[in-house]
Design a protein around this ligand. Structure first.
Ligand SMILES: [Zn+2]
Length: 303
């Protein structure tokens, strides 16, 4: 990932006015102001992001079981559980500990899902499968990477894993009364997946969105990318889809995307469930869309 030259910060609200219209997808042609994603100001290293983080209930039967920087979610039922994101290979013991601290058995995980085939979310899939015997389900366009273990011989390679069920856009993953819909939201990876489900709490039903990632790691890859020629049109379509999803509870593959630290601090205090955040979801999608176009523009200006 190349460092982005940050010149100034612009507010999320001004981004909303530019891109919130439900018009046909449009790639801006005018130069865009620089944008600073809140988390790009901090240095994120694996040493920090792979530290333990307290397990907690998000809503209903949806729990956070991830590390400090890599989000994992457990969706429980009396017929077994679904785990989204085992994270790095050496995150798996931390995820297991979190599952057990909540009073669930790691071995009761029957299905393992991933946000996308990048090591920080999926490298531990082989190990988590070995511990639990769970079935691994992956979106069609990320299956090859999972079964090859990423690009061999590179520092981002990881243990390969056999995919038990290949998912397609809008496929359902069902277990014990839970019904997740797998939305293909490509761009960040070819098979980047956003899961949606309903969760019940206090007699109410909530739309939960577990966003894969809407981020561009290296904007140079949007141009002349032989390995992924459709990256840009995929991102454009992904943003249209993300803007159309109803969302009450906003979750994502990194806690920083949905303001985990601030929301966790409010848990258990008076007031509504802090994870109910439809405005935060819309703001994040708007911000990421603007970041895509700004980063594109930045490359076009010769960076
Ligand atoms: Zn990623």
């Amino acid at each position: 990932m190349r460092p982005l030259l940050i010149l100034s910060v612009i507010a999320v609200c001004s981004a909303a006015s530019i891109y919130a219209q439900p018009a046909a997808p449009r790639v801006p042609t005018e130069p865009l102001p620089p944008i600073l994603l809140p988390w790009e100001a901090d240095v994120h290293t694996k040493e920090v992001d792979n530290l333990p983080y307290p397990a907690h209930r998000v809503v209903g039967n949806v729990y956070y079981v991830g590390t400090a920087g890599y989000a994992s979610f457990l969706i429980t039922s009396d017929q077994g559980h679904i785990l989204i994101n085992p994270n790095f290979d050496d995150s798996v013991p931390l995820v297991q500990k979190n599952v057990e601290q909540l009073g669930f058995r790691f071995q009761d995980i029957k299905i393992i899902l991933i946000s996308h085939a990048h090591g920080d979310h999926c490298a531990g899939t082989a190990r988590a499968k070995e511990f639990t015997g769970a079935q691994v389900m992956v979106m069609d366009r990320d299956v090859e990477v999972m079964e090859n273990g990423g690009p061999k011989g590179t520092r981002v390679a990881f243990p390969p894993v056999k995919v038990g069920r290949i998912l397609h856009d809008m496929d359902e993953v069902s277990l014990g009364g839970n019904r997740l819909v797998a939305h293909l939201t490509p761009g960040h990876t070819k098979g980047n997946t956003t899961y949606t489900m309903q969760a019940q709490e206090g007699g109410k039903s909530y739309n939960v969105v577990i966003l894969g990632s809407a981020g561009v790691n290296d904007a140079h890859q949007l141009f002349d990318n032989k390995a992924y020629p459709d990256m840009l049109p995929d991102f454009v379509r992904t943003f249209e889809l993300l803007k159309s999803l109803p969302c009450d509870i906003f979750l994502a593959s990194h806690g920083k995307f949905y303001g985990l630290a601030g929301k966790y601090a409010k848990l258990g205090k008076a007031g509504p469930n802090p994870f109910i955040d439809p405005a935060g979801y819309r703001a994040h999608v708007t911000l990421m869309e603007q970041a895509l176009y700004y980063k594109m523009d930045w490359v076009k200006r010769g960076n």
